[in-house]
Design a protein. Structure first.
Length: 78
């Protein structure tokens, strides 16, 4: 842990000191749950913003995209 992380941690510990034991236990529970969830979020982020996975070549993919375009625009008169 570097100095910046230690300073952040000390700041949070200062806030936690005033909590009741029940509140501290609840906070521990929530922190544990967030750590479990953060492991799963990494894969969800990769799925949302990761690279494209396909067996098609780039040329085949471009052909598929271009063939699915709809170009029947109609210009309205004023």
């Amino acid at each position: 842990m570097d100095a910046v992380e230690q300073k952040i941690l000390n700041g949070y510990l200062g806030l936690i000191k005033s909590l009741t034991p029940t509140m501290k236990l609840s906070l521990i529970k929530h922190l544990k749950e967030s750590m479990k969830a953060s492991k799963m979020e990494g894969s969800q982020m990769e799925e949302a913003f990761g690279s494209w996975h396909s067996n098609e070549s780039a040329e085949e993919l471009l052909k598929t995209i271009r063939s699915s375009r709809m170009t029947d625009r109609q210009i309205e008169e004023f």
